[in-house]
Design a protein around this ligand. Structure first.
Ligand code: PGA
Length: 255
């Protein structure tokens, strides 16, 4: 993936089962034939293999929605980074706010997951960060972003071409139907970039990081985000379940 390529990541969450995931993958395979840029779908774990087979040689990449931090062992119910690679995944979402909320994922877990994934140069972590409504209302967003980046990434060695994607997802915008103002996203992305510059140096940030936005993006509001200086792509939930809709989003971003 070239640094300048925009990326669209479709997060299907737990919204569709195996059958529907396959049907959607087939539609996308036909639709996305002509589109340049990086497009990734993240189905549920059960659908990964079949969706992967369907998308083989289509140019659409496969991602997972979560990962555990150990490679193997007695960890009932978990899936390791190596297993994801074996299943054909190139990306994995880490620390999504829904997991933080419903599964009590904490900073330490997110750090360990990110670290474990970074042992695999071919697997790119998509680390989700973002403030909740209360934090935004009380002007604590900048600190929250700074803190979440520090907690997730401090002390990690970034070597070679290892890619890392930071997904800025204001929690209050996710699934709400209304994205935040593009200018506000640009501001948050700038805070993220400056924090990363401080942590890793500009050269590494320019080469190895992408910063993307997520939270109620659809074909109508996406246009406002196109061309923002610090926006490398989108993480799309609801709108990614409709092939026409996500194609329009991708087309707008990957022009
Ligand atoms: P949404 O979800 O597009 O439905 O708001 C985005 C996400 O949670 O990644």
């Amino acid at each position: 993936m070239a640094k300048t390529d925009k990326i669209i990541i479709a997060n299907w969450k737990m919204k569709i089962g195996i059958d529907e995931s396959l049907k959607l993958a087939k539609k996308l395979k036909t639709k996305f034939k002509s589109l340049k840029g990086e497009f990734v779908v993240c189905p549920n774990f059960l659908s990964l293999l079949e969706v992967g087979k369907t998308l083989k040689a289509s140019g659409i990449d496969l991602g997972a929605q979560d990962v555990f931090w150990e490679e193997n062992g007695a960890y009932t119910g978990e899936i390791s980074p190596e297993m994801l690679v074996e299943a054909g995944c190139k990306y994995v979402i880490i620390g999504h706010s829904e997991r933080r909320k419903f599964l009590m994922e904490n900073y330490e877990m997110i750090h360990k997951e990110t670290k474990a994934v970074m042992n695999h140069e071919d697997l790119t972590p998509v680390v989700c960060i973002g403030e909740n409504w209360d934090e935004r209302k009380t002007d604590r967003r900048d600190f929250v972003l700074f803190d979440q980046l520090q907690q997730a990434l401090s002390g990690l060695d970034i070597v070679g071409n290892q890619q890392i994607i930071i997904a800025y997802e204001p929690i209050w915008a996710i699934g709400s139907g209304t994205a935040i103002e593009p200018t506000e996203a640009e501001y948050a992305h700038k805070i993220i970039r400056l924090t990363l510059n401080d942590m890793f140096g500009m050269k590494i940030v320019n080469n190895n990081f992408k910063i993307i936005y997520g939270g109620s993006i659809n074909s109508k509001n996406v246009k406002g985000f196109v061309g923002l200086d610090n926006l490398d792509g989108m993480l799309v939930g609801g709108a990614s379940l409709d092939a026409d809709e996500i194609f329009k989003v991708a087309k707008a971003v990957m022009r």
